[in-house]
Design a protein around this ligand. Structure first.
Ligand code: MSP
Length: 484
């Protein structure tokens, strides 16, 4: 068997994001994860070829949270989740997220595959019938042990919700059976949970021992879900349904197999489901496991959790309409939460916009274009092969560990070096035509190279610079990033 999880560029790669609950339209926090995964998908396509990369995102539409949101609005849950799902997809399109499929857990193919998945586990005996008595947090859509609750019996992630005390008949998954296999997986595979700091958290959770968990809910309590095969009184528990979305699309496209590298991008609040429950579900059916669960922290807005009750929800389109998609992408990528939570603010966004985009990149592009136009020289356009190997260079190495922030820093260092080159060589004052040609050729080619490097991060600006510079006669145009 091959060593799964290497960075061998001849292999295929499957990249996924968490699928967002359809109880409300996504905000900038949710969008960060999609932007980060999009950068990796675009970089991997450049590195391995389009046909070797598959990128999936979508919406998680069953379960109580979505059902209650629809009921509150007085519309049918089908209508409500369709509306939110469509709005989410529009938000991702505005941000130029290059997904291959936007999956909905209400899609017919997914419902069938999730039901089959359940049926197979039932057949192996890993899913069995029992009774659950304990706590449930509807915000997390998760069963809770007392030790996971705060002193006053609340869920730390959803302190405004009441914890449910439930006693019900369910189907259970033999999670406990996989404790040792999971431990070994996490210990043996360095890159299984990234960043590394999160591995210990999962290992210490395993140390406490896993208990079997319910993977269905009674239909009279949760009417909105996929029916359990051959038991119409039960629906499949929302996580046992949602996690299978990756397999639904992966297997259809031939990307759920040992030869494919599988990477899930998720927030820290749902790491446990991805690092411990999902692999156990796969082990129970003897299916290939993911290679990496990349975990990010949370984005807070001016010191506060983004939430409707705080009244500080910002949707991606509000920012894009004001600053442009690339500014939003750049800002979140540069300052996004790598492990721990980070604070963003509009003032900070504007500061970074002016410093790095209007000044740094935008101004350098404008200066070189103007100098090139004034010189009346012609610049031989680059051949596509010239950039073939840039993705394997040192600057891009952080991307193999999903560190878009560090890769961006490397590119912006190149921009600073180029700015210095312009200032030191003062082409505007150069009288010697040969020397001027030499200086400008260097600078034009440097900006052409930079336009390629930024392609995965800020694709629209990359295209604009290429339209302006990948020709013989270069002309000045309007600013890429007008000052705000
Ligand atoms: N539906 C589940 C995921 C199922 S995946 C099989 C879910 N949905 S969610 O809408 O609550 O969250 C979706 C993703 O957005 C998660 O990865 C979550 O961590 C992330 N984020 C939600 N709020 C966020 C911030 N404020 N900042 C960064 N990421 C955030 O969980």
């Amino acid at each position: 068997m091959r060593n799964k999880g290497t960075n061998n560029i001849n292999e295929k790669i499957f990249i996924t994001t968490a699928i967002d609950y359809a109880n409300d339209i996504i905000h900038v926090g949710h969008a960060y994860e999609k932007i980060l995964a999009d950068v990796i998908a675009r970089y991997q396509r450049a590195l391995r070829g389009e046909e070797n990369v598959l990128f999936l995102t979508g919406t998680d539409e069953h379960g109580t949270t979505n059902y209650q949101a629809a009921t509150k609005k007085g519309v049918s849950v089908e209508e409500y989740t369709s509306k939110i799902s469509k709005a989410d997809q529009e938000q991702l399109d505005i941000l130029n997220i290059s997904y291959d499929r936007f999956i909905r857990t209400t899609d017919k193919d997914h419902e069938e595959i999730a039901a089959e998945f359940f049926a197979k586990a039932l057949k192996t005996g890993d899913v069995y019938k029992g009774t659950y008595e304990g706590c449930y947090c509807e915000g997390c859509e998760a069963y809770k042990t007392l030790s996971e609750l705060t002193e006053d019996g609340k869920c730390p992630n959803h302190p405004t919700r009441e914890i449910q005390q439930i006693k019900e008949e369910n189907y259970f998954f033999k999670w406990s059976k996989y404790t040792n296999q999971l431990k070994k997986l996490i210990q043996d595979k360095e890159d299984f949970i990234l960043p590394k700091a999160k591995r210990n958290e999962m290992l210490s959770f395993l140390e406490q021992g896993l208990e079997d968990i319910p993977v269905s809910r009674p239909k009279h309590k949760v009417p909105w879900g996929i029916s359990v095969p051959e038991d119409d009184n039960q629906v499949i528990y929302v996580w046992y349904d949602a996690l299978v979305n990756y397999y639904t699309f992966g297997t259809q496209k031939g990307f759920w197999e040992e030869q494919t590298k599988i990477v899930h991008f998720v927030g820290k609040d749902i790491l446990r489901f991805h690092a411990l429950l999902w692999p156990a579900m796969l082990m129970s059916l003897d299916l290939p496991l993911p290679d990496t669960i990349y975990t990010h922290g949370f984005i807070n807005l001016e010191g506060q959790k983004i939430s409707k009750s705080v009244g500080n929800v910002i949707r991606p389109d509000e920012l894009v309409n004001k600053y442009g998609e690339d500014a939003v992408r750049y800002y979140l990528l540069k300052h996004g939460p790598i492990t721990e939570d980070v604070d963003i603010s509009l003032n900070h966004l504007e500061e970074i916009y002016n410093a790095d985009l209007a000044n740094g990149l935008g101004n350098t592009v404008a200066r070189i274009a103007k100098l090139a136009e004034n010189s009346k020289l012609e610049f031989e356009p680059p051949k596509p092969a010239e950039f073939k190997h840039i993705w394997e260079e040192e600057w891009a190495k952080p991307l193999t560990k999903y560190r878009a922030d560090k890769a961006l820093q490397n590119i912006w260092n190149e921009i600073s070096t180029l700015e210095k080159h312009i200032n030191e060589n003062a082409p505007w004052a150069e009288k010697d035509t040969k020397r001027l040609e030499e200086i400008l050729n260097f600078e034009v080619n440097a900006i052409r190279r930079i336009s390629k490097l930024i392609e995965p991060f800020i694709p629209l600006s990359s295209r604009k610079i290429q339209e302006q510079f990948f020709k013989k006669n270069i002309k000045a145009t309007k600013p890429l990033f007008p000052r705000v």
